[in-house]
Ligand binder design. Structure first.
Ligand SMILES: [Zn+2]
Length: 93
């Protein structure tokens, strides 16, 4: 007779990943390029998201920052398009 002690307490959201991040640090990957200076990062391990704030420091990607980034991205894309047109017309110079 074998007594299998199957505990249903494996309900944690991958504690190993968190443990790993705590020791070795997060494995951030650029998940989105908002502007030249602002990027969004996602940890490959625990899926924690960061972004660059106005001071150039990394901060947690909150809904507020997501909103700011989408506005920044919009402005940046527009500016880039305009710059490209300008460059195109002045390449001869
Ligand atoms: Zn992590």
């Amino acid at each position: 007779m074998k007594t299998t002690t199957s505990t249903s307490q494996t309900n944690y959201s991958n504690p190993v990943s968190k443990f790993y991040c705590n020791i070795f640090g997060h494995q951030y990957d650029v998940s989105k390029l908002v502007t030249k200076h602002v990027k969004e990062y996602t940890c490959k391990c625990c899926k924690k998201q960061l972004t660059t704030n106005g001071n150039g420091h990394l901060t947690e990607l909150t809904p507020t920052f997501q909103e700011i980034n989408s506005i920044l991205e919009y402005i940046h894309t527009r500016r880039k398009t305009r710059l490209k047109q300008k460059m195109y017309s002045t390449t001869a110079a």
